[in-house]
Design a protein. Structure first.
Length: 278
């Protein structure tokens, strides 16, 4: 089972939405609000075609003027493989075509009417990562004492795990690491008031053909799934935008017209790594 890519970038998207509405405000806190749709679609190879539509959140809801468009009842047309399809709504702004399974190299165009304008978006699905290798399939780590912050018994941390792949066209890749144990043991000893760490972490998108995962990034012993995503530039731009001030954040560079958000494709493959207690 693949980790849901939406969860990885949820905070980034929310920062974009907040920044957009803040930047649209005048000095007197009156929002210059235009009702426009927010598109969220991360089309992953092997999954059904799904998309979510929502509205911008106005800074001053009392003065915002909304269109009559029903987010849950839009007629969204998908152009795919030379044919037109009407997406089926299934609540909370979500739409699907359960007859279409997203496939590598395929192109997708959507269009719909919103607030008197035709909204369009385009994307394609990149190829699956090829030539994947990993420097090791397991590492050994000592339990870390919560007071010292270092491995016990004078143990040292293992060398970083190196993940490599082919990347002749210098496209973007993203690594997500997820512990898949039902109840994993934390590497760092937790106090009574300590929250359990997250079960997964991600690396920054890269145009390289290799990336290292440091031992200190792992929070649990056990089996880890390492997912290598081949992503498009607009997805990578979303991360780059997140590194700027939220006051200056702009809409990610996508192929969306008369709307905001992200409409992008991705493809992935998976490796596995064991983190073993010494």
């Amino acid at each position: 089972m693949k980790i849901k890519i939406k969860k990885i970038v949820f905070i980034v998207v929310m920062l974009f939405l907040v920044a957009f509405v803040v930047s649209s405000c005048n000095d007197d806190n009156t929002a210059a609000y235009t009702d426009s749709p927010i598109i969220e679609a991360y089309l992953s190879s092997g999954q059904y075609f799904t998309i979510k539509i929502s509205r911008q959140i106005p800074f001053s809801p009392d003065v915002a003027v909304y269109s009559d468009d029903d987010i849950n009842n839009l007629q969204i047309t998908l152009e795919y493989n030379g044919a037109l399809h009407i997406l089926t709504p299934f609540g909370d702004g979500n739409y699907i075509d359960s007859n279409i399974v997203v496939t590598a190299s395929d192109e997708y165009n959507i269009s719909f009417e919103f607030n008197g304008k035709t909204v369009t978006a385009y994307t394609y699905i990149p190829s699956k990562p090829i030539g994947l290798t990993q420097s090791v399939t397991s590492i050994e780590m000592a339990k870390i004492d919560s007071t010292s912050g270092f491995p016990g018994g004078g143990a040292s941390f293992p060398e970083p795990v190196t993940i490599s792949w082919e990347n002749e066209d210098n496209s973007f890749y993203l690594i997500v690491v997820e512990n898949i144990e039902a109840d994993p043991e934390p590497i760092r000893e937790l106090g009574d008031d300590d929250d359990r760490p997250e079960m997964s972490f991600r690396k920054t998108p890269t145009k390289s053909n290799t990336q290292m995962i440091n031992a200190m990034e792992f929070e649990y012993f056990g089996t880890h799934r390492i997912i290598i995503y081949h992503v498009l530039p607009d997805y990578a731009d979303l991360y780059e935008q997140n590194s700027t001030s939220s006051q200056n954040l702009e809409n990610p560079s996508t192929s969306i017209s008369n709307g905001y958000g992200i409409f992008t494709g991705l493809n992935s493959d998976t490796l596995y790594l064991e983190v073993i207690e010494e």
